[in-house]
Design a protein around this ligand. Structure first.
Ligand code: H2B
Length: 101
């Protein structure tokens, strides 16, 4: 069982995580990604998906055409944990140069 982060810890993490915010309804880190088109969104999902599988930590997400909404929350902790912050950083790194300008 992994511990959830405190509100103060989440706030501090968000400040160091570009483009993510806290979604209190879902107790999750949230980021929206906009791609040039559907193929780019789909391949990003594959890449993020394999990184998530490797970390054994999986995103909640929704794709519509060129848009991908991602929520990172830890089911085992019923909130945000360090695993979500780590995956958010991986996603930010993977998405450099991939997004619609
Ligand atoms: N992903 C997320 N987001 N939260 C979890 O608590 C979680 C997971 N648990 N992926 C993992 C899988 C767990 O079910 C396995 C057994 O390690």
């Amino acid at each position: 069982m992994i511990a959830p982060m405190t509100p103060a810890q989440i706030t501090a993490a968000i400040e160091s995580l570009e483009s993510w915010r806290y979604d209190s309804d879902r107790r999750a880190l949230y980021r929206q990604l906009l791609f040039p088109g559907f193929p780019q969104a789909l391949s990003a999902m594959m890449e993020i998906g394999f990184a998530a599988e490797q970390a054994d930590h999986h995103p909640e997400w929704a794709n519509v055409f060129d848009r991908l909404d991602i929520w990172l929350t830890t089911h085992d902790a019923d909130g945000v944990s360090q695993k979500d912050v780590d995956l958010a950083r991986v996603i930010n790194r993977l998405m450099i140069g991939r997004l619609r300008q």
